[in-house]
Design a binder for this molecule. Structure first.
Ligand SMILES: Cc1cc2nc3c(=O)[nH]c(=O)nc-3n(C[C@H](O)[C@H](O)[C@H](O)COP(=O)(O)O)c2cc1C
Length: 606
């Protein structure tokens, strides 16, 4: 990481902040604000402290390494599309027909030898300093507490290395880790993830599970940790493929797990499958808190480090954040891996304000009736793609998927209730909106056909339409119509929610000639003129099976749910910055934001 810091000074416009700053809220808030700005920069905090615990740490904190697309590309040392091309070639590799073809394949085969990690029994640079079990103290590490209501400090960029019970499979996953005390960490590997599958094996066998966590080293390690590699494939293979050189691994001191030799900090330990601890709450990348839930706990055996380690961390919360840029690389690189199951897929796009699993757009070469539906089922059935709640497919003649306005126009001109599929499937463990955890509604929109014929029968101005609605229900407070030039204008209304929105939708049916698509959100914390955050809110807040009505117009209830909606779980709050912290950082000139910025990104409640 020290090399990375030097490299970032030269290549990444690194910002260095030497003022002593608190790991609780102050450092995370600065990083959070920075990554939302245009041309955001990585930041090195050289003097982290913990005011409440009276600690001055002796290592710096590096944040926002993936601060923008340009830097992300530089970290890969190539454009993610070129990594994708390499993978595509590999997947299409055929046995050579003759001598010439065999010769042509030689460079590709030689490059493949870089893929496999090299294991060494010698000590690595990450083991220069060894802290024995009795001296282990997680308070020596500048672990951040990001949000006021977080259940404690969390390691947010931990590379979690695990292996299957028989030692045959090794895995690297990026999971957050809650610090409980001096030597215990919560293992937030969600039920669908590889480390959780390994954990099940140890639990059944009644054996303790070894875990080694690494922090730092080549930034590509952490990207590999979040990459949705198929079960059973060690992420370090992907590392070797991208870097064009083998990952160099060394053995942990107290277990058999191998980790990269050049990481900065290594935390080794065991998870007792009998013990669970309450994990969370934690302000997550959905922009909501994930609620308290029991998760396995790791007891630490030893911590090793480099002589001068750098602590790496990230902040998650409302988009856009660092995971936008990590996710962009992932999206590009995994395109060829989706093609074997969906060969006519041309491209796909996961807009950052859909926080990845809440919205995906796919462009395809449509060949037959039901083709888009076939894709929906394929996506909802494979690996982590199956977490996607809302999928929209367009034909090959559609504009660029990332051209937000043009693609929305294209979709709205083809939106037809007959071509909407609402079904059920597995959902991300973080989803807060389904009536039960892990299973929820799925929405698939087939917008691959020609434009629909009929548009809005009788369009009205916003003011007139609002008045008509208010005559029917006084809780409708504001109204704005978007994309009125398309066949399916969106009518967005803001309500003071006192009842189930199904009642309001039923009342508004008489206005059917004036409405094609109705979207409802709460008054609290939503701005009618902020479509970026409205998309974020609505795709986060709906369970398609419960919250979408297709007749006589399409109605989407994007409000927070309560018992009135038949919702009996706890509805989590948004991640908000702490006002006093923002004010104090602003006074000290450490951030420079105004009311407009605060509202635009939902930094504070309103
Ligand atoms: C910043 C960030 C934080 C994450 N935190 C978690 C987490 O706490 N738990 C989890 O299961 N997945 C988390 N993920 C997603 C996983 O890293 C991702 O699903 C990965 O592919 C899991 O690897 P696996 O399939 O090998 O288990 C996070 C991803 C990012 C980018």
């Amino acid at each position: 990481m020290n090399d990375v810091v030097e490299w970032l000074k030269e290549n990444g416009n690194l910002k260095i902040i030497d003022e002593p700053l608190d790991v609780e809220l102050e450092i995370p808030h600065i990083a959070y604000v920075e990554v939302k700005t245009d041309n955001s920069r990585p930041i090195l905090f050289t003097k982290p402290i913990n005011k409440a615990k009276g600690i001055e740490y002796d290592m710096p904190v590096l944040m926002n390494i993936f601060a923008n697309k340009e830097l992300t590309e530089k970290i890969f040392a190539k454009h993610p599309d070129s990594v994708a091309e390499g993978i595509d070639k590999l997947l299409k590799l055929k046995p050579p027909a003759g001598l010439m073809e065999k010769l042509k394949m030689i460079p590709e085969l030689i490059a493949l030898k870089n893929v496999f990690p090299k294991r060494s029994k010698k000590a690595g640079a990450c083991q220069q300093v060894v802290i024995e079990k009795k001296d282990v103290d997680l308070d020596k590490l500048p672990i951040l507490k990001t949000w006021d209501e977080d259940g404690g400090p969390f390691i947010t960029m931990g590379q979690v290395y695990t292996q299957s019970l028989d030692g045959g499979m090794q895995n690297l996953g990026m999971y957050r880790l809650q610090q409980y005390d001096k030597n215990h960490l919560g293992m937030h590997w969600q039920i669908h993830k590889d480390a959780s599958h390994f954990f099940d094996q140890y639990q059944k066998a009644g054996k303790k599970m070894p875990v080694t966590i690494a922090i730092g080293g080549d930034p590509l390690y952490i990207w590999c940790g979040q990459a949705p590699m198929p079960h059973g494939m060690f992420e370090m293979l992907l590392y070797g493929f991208v870097r064009g050189k083998n990952a160099q691994l060394v053995k942990s001191l107290t277990n058999d797990i191998y980790i990269p030799k050049d990481v900065d900090i290594v935390i080794e330990g065991f998870v007792d499958p009998e013990k669970m601890e309450i994990e969370g709450p934690f302000g997550d990348h959905t922009g909501y808190y994930t609620l308290k839930e029991p998760y396995p706990v790791m007891e630490i055996e030893t911590i090793t480090m480099k002589e001068k380690p750098v602590f790496q961390a990230t902040v998650v919360g409302k988009p856009p954040l660092e995971d936008k840029y990590m996710g962009w690389a992932t999206e590009r690189i995994f395109l060829p891996m989706l093609k074997p199951m969906a060969p006519d897929l041309i491209d796909y796009y996961m807009p950052e304000n859909g926080v990845f699993h809440n919205l995906i757009l796919g462009k395809m070469k449509t060949l037959y009736k039901g083709h888009a539906q076939q894709f929906m089922h394929a996506f909802w059935g494979v690996g982590q793609m199956s977490f996607v709640k809302h999928a929209i497919f367009v034909n090959e003649d559609a504009p660029e998927l990332s051209d937000d306005i043009a693609i929305t126009e294209y979709i709205l001109n083809r939106l037809d209730p007959e071509k909407i599929l609402i079904t059920q499937g597995i959902i991300d463990a973080l989803d807060h909106t389904a009536n039960e955890t892990l299973v929820g509604g799925k929405l698939g929109i087939d917008a691959t056909a020609k434009e629909v014929e009929s548009g809005l029968e009788s369009p009205l101005e916003d003011k007139e339409l609002l008045e008509k609605m208010q005559e029917l229900d006084g809780n409708i407070l504001e109204l704005k119509q978007y994309f009125t030039h398309t066949k399916n204008p969106i009518c967005l209304i803001i309500v003071n929610k006192t009842q189930s929105m199904q009642n309001i939708i039923a009342k508004l049916k008489v206005l059917k000639e004036h409405i094609k698509v109705l979207i409802i959100v709460d008054k609290k914390n939503n701005e009618i003129d902020n479509p970026y955050m409205l998309v974020w809110r609505v795709v986060n807040n709906i369970d398609a099976q419960r919250d979408i009505v297709l007749e006589p117009f399409i109605a989407v209830d994007g409000t927070n749910k309560t018992e009135d909606d038949g919702f009996n779980r706890e509805w989590p709050g948004d991640t908000f910055c702490t006002k006093e912290t923002l004010d104090s950082l602003q006074e000290r000139g450490l951030i420079d934001i105004d009311e407009k910025f605060i509202k635009k990104f939902g930094l504070l409640p309103f």
